[in-house]
Write a new protein. Structure first.
Length: 115
């Protein structure tokens, strides 16, 4: 089982990024998936989550209306579309899956929002 994130980078305030989390070794759509983030000197926090196929979504209050979590079943990938980015969104973003009783994390991707 492996989760590999991509799509991070440097963006100006108000800009957009789309993060991808490609899964291998299991069918991601049969499990819930989440995105977390961790800023320097802060605890890791849940940003967004999506249920298994047909499941709902939930978001951190501060990103509601700006971020959207989704999945592409055919590509076995989960996405996080981030719009109207703010400097306080700067963090390392991690993909997370709980598969067959085990916790799996991706390696993280850095998102920096700065002018």
């Amino acid at each position: 089982v492996q989760l590999v994130e991509s799509g991070g980078g440097l963006v100006q305030p108000g800009g957009s990024l789309r993060l991808s989390c490609a899964a291998s070794g299991f069918t991601f759509s049969t499990y819930a998936a989440s995105w977390y983030r961790q800023a320097p000197a802060k605890e890791r926090e849940l940003v967004a989550a999506i249920g298994s196929s047909g499941g709902g979504t939930k978001y951190l209050d501060s990103v509601k209306g700006r971020f959207t979590i989704s999945r592409d079943i055919a590509k076995n990938t989960v996405y996080l579309q981030m719009n109207s980015l703010k400097p306080e969104d700067t963090a390392v973003y991690y993909c997370y899956g709980y598969v067959n009783g085990l916790r799996y994390w991706g390696q993280g991707t850095q998102v920096t929002v700065s002018s």
